[in-house]
Design a protein around this ligand. Structure first.
Ligand SMILES: C[S@@+](CC[C@H](N)C(=O)[O-])C[C@H]1O[C@@H](n2cnc3c(N)ncnc32)[C@H](O)[C@@H]1O
Length: 350
């Protein structure tokens, strides 16, 4: 796998030569349009690196460090004409940058439905490789993440998508520290905050990787997002509208339509502000890279199923992780939350 330093080197090479960046862009488009690559990306072969055919711009990808020893060093997603290099699922999950772009696609669709898809500024609190923030048209973009490797990809993707550096901030930040003041103060006009935080329910730390670990209720980092939003509301003099779109899992009770996360958003930001959308059309969990199980699903079925994910759980731990998930599901059930739902919360703050 490319080291984080290798990725920053790729970003520097692309920044230094528009000619190389153009060739790489063309080669990646060709790659994404090819049937062989599309089949690889959707199927189980994605567990190993893709080997592009000779020609097809492979020299440019080699020159940029994106093809090494004849195989693609990264995964490339494409959506609505934009390109996103990121880690493939073969990269060690402990430092892996989020490989999948379907959640960003969901956020963009929801934003369009709300009439929020063309803000003046997009502020992504956990940008990964930039799937969400670079997917929007906006005059200003702020991409924050706690993983430096994600920021290297975000910079590569900024260049690949010809987004000007002058209007983009890419910075290391832990959402638990809020949004850096200097960054917040530079925002103008209508600001859309995006938060696709890690939201997987985890029976203990270390069971899920950095991209997915949302603590025992999936809401550990959503709580930090709510604090950040409350602070932004107080601290943004030049912002005329502040909107936020968040994605996540929540425990609750399907029969009563009662879900823990939108309730907490209401408590933190004001009753009636949270617009909760349960994404009925989207399966509730990602297992082996594919979304699976009806949304919502009983926790007692959904949580132990997570232990079957070979991308996150090794064979040696599978049994104990399955047991830990059963115990966690039983605890939620005892506390009146028997079900799990995948959805989004939209809030308008000012
Ligand atoms: C589910 S991934 C989504 C990434 C990106 N939005 C996308 O769709 O590709 C969650 C992201 O949260 C980041 N993250 C985890 N803990 C964080 C924290 N405390 N503060 C900021 N970002 C964090 C991870 O590094 C990861 O990039």
């Amino acid at each position: 796998m490319p080291s984080t330093d290798d990725l920053f080197r790729t970003a520097r090479a692309l920044r230094a030569s528009t000619e190389l960046a153009d060739r790489v862009r063309r080669a990646l488009r060709m790659l994404c349009d090819s049937k062989a690559y599309r089949m690889w990306r959707e199927g189980p072969e994605q567990a190993n690196r893709f080997r592009p055919e000779a020609g097809q711009g492979v020299e440019a990808l080699q020159e940029a460090g994106l093809v090494v020893d004849g195989a693609l060093a990264v995964r490339v997603n494409d959506r609505e004409g934009r390109l996103f290099a990121t880690d493939g699922v073969w990269v060690d999950a402990r430092g892996r940058v989020f490989p999948f772009d379907d959640e960003s696609g969901t956020m963009l669709r929801l934003a369009r439905r709300l009439g929020w898809a063309t803000p003046d500024a997009v502020l992504d609190l956990a940008c990964g490789c930039g799937h969400s923030a670079l997917g929007f048209d906006a005059a200003q973009r702020v991409m924050l993440d706690v993983n430096p490797r994600a920021l290297a990809y975000a910079e590569i993707n900024r260049i690949l998508n010809q987004v000007p550096s002058a209007s983009t901030v890419i910075a290391l930040n832990d959402v638990r520290d809020g949004v850096p003041r200097g960054v917040a103060r530079g925002l103008r006009g209508t600001v859309l905050v995006l938060a696709n935080m890690p939201f997987g329910l985890a029976p203990a730390s270390g069971v899920l990787p950095l991209t997915s670990d949302g603590g025992e209720d999936g809401l550990m980092l959503q709580a930090a997002v709510l604090e950040s939003l409350a602070a932004l509301r107080r601290e943004l003099p030049a912002v005329t509208r502040l909107q936020a779109l968040m994605l996540g899992l929540t425990a609750g009770c399907a029969a009563e339509g009662r879900w823990e996360w939108p309730r907490r958003v209401g408590d933190a930001l004001g009753e009636g502000r949270a617009r909760w959308s349960l994404l009925h059309d989207e399966p509730v969990l990602r297992i082996d890279g594919r979304r699976a199980l009806a949304n919502p699903s009983p926790l007692r079925d959904a949580l132990p199923a997570l232990a079957e994910c070979t991308l996150y759980v090794g064979d040696a731990e599978r049994k104990s992780v399955r047991e830990a998930y059963r115990t966690l599901a039983a605890r939620h059930e005892r506390e009146g939350r028997p079900d799990l739902a995948y959805g989004a919360v939209a809030v308008e703050l000012a």
